[in-house]
Design a protein around this ligand. Structure first.
Ligand code: LLP
Length: 426
C-alpha cells in the first residue's frame, strides 16, 4: 500500500503508525488496511472509467466501514448474497447503486433485494427469471435486470476462477443460444426491465485481450437483439477480474490502460454494427482492495529441515489466507519489525494449521536470523483473504484494522473463542 514506509530503525509503518505498535495494540495475525490507499484506488478507477459506473465487488472484502468508503468515493456496489446485501444496507449504502449477483439467489434473497429497491439484479438462469418475475408481480415492482452472458472466452487464470468458458455454472450460453432466448423471453414477458447484458470472464487476469473478445461477442448479441426485436439495450457491464501484482513477477495494467482498451473496443464494435454505445459498467474487487491491505503475523518457530528447506511458522495460515492452498497463489513476505543485515535465506512461510498444505508464502528470502517474535508482513491480502477466512481448527478469524493519518481503528474485530463457542449450542 502507498503509505507503507520503513522507519530509520527498520520497522514498517503504515498510515503513519508503526506495525510493532499495531501488533502490540491489536495482536497478530491482523489485516492492516491502508485507508488512503483504498480511497486512491477507488479514485483511480473512477477517473479512468469516467463515463462508466464502477461497481466495487463486495465479495473481495466487505464490511460496513469499507462500504462507507465506497459510498463516499462515489462508487457503486456489487453484492452476491443476502449477507453482503445486509452489510451494504446496514452501512446505509444507497440501494439504487447496488447490483445483485449470484447463480442461485434464493427466493428470500430476491425478495429482500426487491423490497430494498436494489438498482439492478443480474439474472443467471431461466429458473431465476421465473422466480424473480413471480416476486416482481407479487410486489408490484419492475426491477432493472442485466442478463449474465457466458461469452466462451478462455481467460488465462486459475481454472477455479475462470468464468466465461462454456462448461461452468454461470450465466446464459452465447454459443448455445440460451442468452438470446433469455433476452427474448424477458422482453416478451415485460415483467422485468431488461437494462442490458453482462459478462465477467474471470479473476486475476493480466491478458486484456480476454476483455476485448468478451466485449466483441457480447456486442454481437446486442446487435442480434436489436435486429430481431428492435431494442437497443442501454447498458453493458464487462465485469471485474483485473489482475494485481502479488509478487514482482506480476505486471498489471493500470486502470487508465484498461479503460482505454475497453472503450476503444466497445466504440469500434458499436461503429461496426451501427449500435449506440451502451452505458458501461465494470466490477473490480481485487484491484481496489487487494493491494490496500497486508497481513501482519508473528513468527512462532523456525525449523531447518535437514538442509532441504527452512520453515518459518506464523500464528495464522490457511484460515486467514486460503489462496495459496486453493489456487497455488504466490505471495511475498517481508520482515516487518526490524532491519537485518543477516544473509538472505530461502524460506517457506507456513501457518499453524494441521495440514502440510497450510502454506502462506511458498518461497521467500528472509534474513537468516529470523526468529520467534519477529513480525512478518504479507502484502496484497485485501481481497479474498478475510472474505474467505474460516475457523479451521477453531482458530478465531483476525481483525481488520484501518489506519490513516497516524490513527488506527478496528473496523472488524477479532473473533474470540467465545464467539465460536456461542454457536455451539448442542
Ligand atoms: N463481478 C463478478 C460477477 C464476479 O463474479 C467477480 C468475482 C467480480 C466481479 C470481481 O472480480 P475481481 O475484480 O475481484 O477479480 N476467490 C478467488 C476470486 C473469485 C472471484 C469471484 N468473482 C480468488 O481468491 O482469487
Amino acid at each position: 500500500p502507498r503509505t507503507v514506509t520503513r522507519s530509520e530503525a527498520g520497522g514498517l509503518e503504515i498510515g503513519g503508525v508503526s506495525v510493532a505498535d499495531l501488533a502490540a495494540d491489536h495482536g497478530t495475525p491482523a489485516y492492516l488496511l491502508d485507508e488512503e490507499d483504498l480511497r486512491a484506488r477507488c479514485r483511480d478507477f473512477k477517473a479512468a472509467f469516467a463515463e462508466a459506473d464502477v461497481y466495487y465487488a463486495g465479495k473481495s472484502f466487505i464490511c460496513k466501514a469499507v462500504v462507507r468508503v465506497i459510498d463516499e468515493e462515489g462508487l457503486f456496489l456489487d453484492v452476491c448474497s443476502g449477507g453482503e446485501l445486509a452489510v451494504a444496507l446496514a452501512a446505509g449504502f444507497p440501494p439504487e447503486r447496488i447490483g445483485f449477483h449470484g447463480n442461485n439467489k434464493s427466493v428470500s434473497e430476491l425478495r429482500r433485494a426487491l423490497e430494498a429497491g436494489v438498482g439492478r439484479i443480474i439474472v443467471d438462469s431461466f429458473h431465476e427469471i421465473a422466480r424473480l418475475s413471480e416476486l416482481a408481480t407479487e410486489l408490484n415492482k419492475r426491477p432493472g435486470v442485466l442478463l449474465r452472458v457466458t461469452v466462451g472466452v478462455e481467460a488465462h487464470t486459475h481454472e477455479f476462477i475462470a468464468t466465461a468458458h462454456e462448461d461452468q455454472k454461470f450465466g446464459f450460453s452465447l454459443a448455445g443460444g440460451a442468452a438470446f432466448a433469455a433476452a427474448a423471453q424477458i422482453l416478451d414477458e415485460g415483467v422485468l426491465d431488461l437494462r442490458g447484458l453482462h459478462s465477467h470472464i474471470g479473476s486475476q487476469i493480466f491478458d486484456t485481450s480476454g476483455f476485448e473478445v468478451a466485449a466483441r461477442r457480447i456486442l454481437e448479441l446486442q446487435a442480434q437483439i436489436r435486429d430481431a426485436r428492435g431494442v437497443e439495450l442501454p447498458e453493458l457491464d464487462l465485469g471485474g477480474g483485473f489482475g494485481i501484482a502479488y509478487t514482482t513477477q506480476d505486471d498489471p495494467s493500470t486502470p487508465g490502460d484498461l479503460a482505454k482498451r475497453i472503450n476503444k473496443i466497445v466504440e469500434s464494435e458499436c461503429e461496426l454494427a451501427s449500435l449506440r454505445k451502451p452505458h458501461l459498467s465494470i466490477e473490480p474487487g481485487r484491484a481496489i482492495v487487494g493491494p490496500a491491505v497486508f497481513t501482519l503475523y508473528e513468527v512462532g518457530t523456525v525449523k531447518d529441515v535437514d538442509g532441504i528447506r527452512t520453515y518459518v511458522s506464523v500464528d495464522g495460515g490457511m484460515s486467514d489466507n486460503i489462496r495459496t492452498a486453493l489456487y497455488d497463489a504466490s505471495y511475498s513476505a517481508t520482515m516487518a519489525n526490524r532491519r537485518s543485515d543477516a544473509e538472505p535465506l530461502l524460506a517457506r512461510v507456513v501457518g499453524k494449521h494441521c495440514e502440510s498444505g497450510d502454506i502462506v508464502v511458498k518461497d521467500e528470502f528472509l534474513p537468516s536470523d529470523v526468529q520467534p517474535g519477529d513480525l512478518i508482513a504479507v502484502p496484497g491480502t485485501g481481497a479474498y483473504c478475510r472474505s474467505m477466512a474460516s475457523n479451521y481448527n477453531h482458530v478465531p478469524r483476525p481483525p481488520v484494522v484501518s489506519v490513516r493519518d497516524g490513527a488506527a481503528r478496528v473496523i472488524v474485530r477479532r473473533e474470540t473463542e467465545d464467539d465460536l463457542l456461542a454457536l455451539d449450542v448442542g
